[in-house]
Write a protein of this length. Structure first.
Length: 657
């Protein structure tokens, strides 16, 4: 290629919004496509049918050939041939990604790492000196320094599979073909030649030893001091303070690298101070803040995804009492933050290190963005003329929003607990206490009542007879409607281990299956994203309508449910008619909840009592937010269930309390 032609191609890219720091030794084929706001440094060879996304950084010294590079990718002194790189991934320096390698979003492919003929999930880290060949790796894995996937036996090549959240220690060898299941832990210096079950630890320095349930032998890499099942949560001024909030914001601002962070809060009195602390941390690190002020949690998720911000932050303790507050964090796609990044934030908090950029970030009023969220929710609904609706806003984030939305849809609306007083948020009202709403629905002869929690990511409904309709039943109703429309992808919904067995049987009778995951809407989100499912949620009222949202959204679910009542001309009592199994849930304060749940005597006792439940189950799990264990007993026969519950309660109290 002569110099005139080379410069002509570069000039055409400049006209299309590509920035060249220098054109020295930059060679780009005519067939290459490059997105806007991508920054290109000297010494580049970009060839063939390469496609490079928007806002990328190609640092000095790259060779990129016939590859697809997503948006926001950084590549430093590396070689890409016949490769695919996901959004916001960092490659290099001195990495070699080639031969049908497919690397997911937000990964780290570090110095002297080779990836060949492999698929790598989202947020995987291979930071130094690793060979990743002929393997399929799931999300959130760590590939340690010096690790090698050995794929050649001297005659044939073989392929291995690695599940999600697998930790591979430094200087480990994985000898193909093996299958490593989710959450396995491979100790440094291990050679793996056998399949590994989930939650195991494998040590093979002198000989291979596979230990079931690795938590007995090694600290879980995701043992958290600050983060629970739904972000950080605590009593303001005690376990949650402004200094901690500043450090969280500071980490996010630093990680955003000059980008944007969306921020919202509910009505709690402490929210304003925590908001100020987080904003200070973010802008000190050089990132900008879109401040939505008082909004529901799903609005933060929506705006984060809509404007492709680096993070979203919601200051709320959800359904907890007023003295509590919390910090929920969302990724750029609007889903809850993954455990690996939560662990990185914890390290930053413990270090107490403050990152201060040369140029501070800015704060932008986000009112317009919030209006876009309200408009999007309203647009999915039908006209609700003639429908009488009662709202309980829990004195939370929807206090000045929910009534406006339903009035704009022409419903007759009665709104309560909508003063927005943070001192009484969730107090004897809202999704966790529907007594008031049940009375009002009957008193006003309404068609339906909707109760939200403090940050409005939950919804509990009340039918025209004053009966509570929980998250399981709401999912059943929506699943049936989506099925009729041919929109229930794979005819499957995602729920948690707490969802009622009777509701599951009713879904099965319609040809719909239920995928159960651990408690927590972030687990529901992850399973929906991985499987491509469009509906999921929890018994507690987190309802995720995947076609419209990436997280639980009480307002969205209530508008959808109201539209279903209007369209079908059926009362909620009929729509929600399912045969539920009797179920009892209880909590027990114990010392060291993790040890109690793993106690062999307890496990053996559970197995014995399960034998008395021909159509039922017993579930014991750790609380994600308190030093408690949770007990669930469920059976088709109520008397049998009650007897089993009494025996389990007595055993736990005598043995562990």
């Amino acid at each position: 290629m002569n110099n005139d032609k080379r410069l002509e191609i570069i000039f055409n890219h400049i006209k299309n919004g590509v920035e060249f720091i220098s054109t020295d030794n930059v060679f780009i084929d005519e067939t290459v496509r490059i997105g806007k706001h991508t920054r290109i440094y000297p010494d580049q060879y970009i060839r063939g049918n390469t496609v490079i996304g928007n806002s990328c950084v190609l640092d000095t010294g790259n060779v990129i050939e016939d590859s697809i590079v997503g948006n926001g990718v950084t590549i430093i002194k590396s070689v890409l041939r016949h490769a695919k790189i996901g959004d916001k991934t960092t490659v290099g320096p001195f990495a070699n990604v080639h031969t049908n390698a497919d690397v997911g979003k937000e990964c780290r492919v570090g110095n002297f790492v080779e990836i060949k003929n492999a698929t790598v999930g989202q947020r995987v880290k291979a930071a130094h000196l690793a060979y990743v060949g002929d393997v399929d790796i799931g999300d959130l894995c760590n590939v340690g320094c010096g690790s090698i996937f050995v794929n050649y036996d001297g005659k044939n090549k073989h392929r291995s599979t690695v599940g999600e959240s697998v930790f591979i220690g430094s200087n480990s060898n994985v000898i193909a073909p093996v299958n490593i299941e989710n959450n396995a832990y491979i100790a440094a210096g291990t050679t793996v030649t056998v399949d590994l079950p989930k939650n195991c630890m494998c040590i093979g320095r002198s000989r291979e030893t596979v230990k079931e349930n690795r938590t007995k032998y090694v600290k879980n890499q995701f043992d958290m001091k600050y983060f629970g099942t739904d972000g950080i949560r605590g009593i303001y001024g005690e376990t949650l303070c402004d200094d901690l909030a500043y450090l969280v914001g500071n980490f996010l601002g630093y990680s955003a690298d000059g980008g944007k962070v969306v921020l919202g809060r509910d009505t709690r009195i402490s929210g304003e101070k925590l908001s100020g602390a987080i904003i200070s941390g973010i802008i000190d690190a050089g990132a900008d803040v879109i401040n939505l002020d008082i909004v529901p949690t799903p609005a933060v998720s929506f705006v984060t995804r809509e404007i492709d911000a680096n993070y979203g932050v919601m200051i709320s303790a959800s359904h907890n009492p007023p003295e509590y507050n919390g910090i929920k964090i969302f990724m750029s796609d609007g889903r809850k933050l993954c455990r690996i990044e939560e662990a990185e934030i914890e390290k930053h908090i413990e270090s107490k290190r403050k990152v201060v950029a040369n140029e501070k970030g800015k704060v932008e009023n986000g009112a317009t963005y919030f209006e876009n969220y309200v408009r999007a929710v309203t647009e999915i609904a039908d006209d609700l003329s003639g429908l009488k609706v009662v709202l309980d806003c829990a004195n939370g984030a929807l206090s000045h929003v929910a009534k406006h939305v339903f009035v704009s849809l022409n419903a007759t609306v009665y709104s309560f607990n909508d003063e927005g007083c943070g001192r009484i948020i969730n107090h004897e009202c809202g999704a966790t206490d529907t007594k008031f709403l049940r009375q009002k629905v009957k008193e006003l002869n309404a068609d339906v009542g909707f109760a939200y929690d403090g940050d409005a990511d939950r919804l509990i409904a009340v039918d025209e007879n004053g009966r509570e309709v929980d998250g399981d039943e709401i999912i059943f109703i929506i699943a049936r409607e989506l099925l009729k429309k041919g929109k229930l992808n794979k005819k499957k919904v995602v729920c948690t281990v707490l969802s009622n067995m009777g509701v599951e049987r009713n879904l099965n009778s319609m040809g719909v299956s239920m995928l159960r995951v651990d408690v927590g809407d972030h687990n529901v989100q992850a399973a929906m994203a991985k499987g491509g499912y469009v509906l999921g949620g929890e018994q507690s009222g987190h309802i995720i309508l995947g076609e419209f949202a990436a997280t639980g959204d009480g307002l969205l679910a209530s508008v959808y449910l109201a539209s279903t009542i209007k369209k079908t001309k059926l009362p909620l009592s009929v729509l929600s008619k399912v045969t539920r199994y009797p179920q009892i849930n209880a909590s027990f304060a114990v010392k060291n909840k993790s040890e109690v749940v793993r106690n062999k005597d307890l496990q053996n006792y559970v197995s014995a009592i399960k034998g008395e439940l021909p159509e039922g189950r017993i579930l014991i799990r750790e609380s994600g937010t308190e030093e408690k264990i949770r007990l669930t007993v469920e059976a088709k026969d109520e008397e049998i269930m009650n007897n089993a519950f009494k025996k389990m309660s007595k055993y736990i109290k005598e043995k562990f309390m």
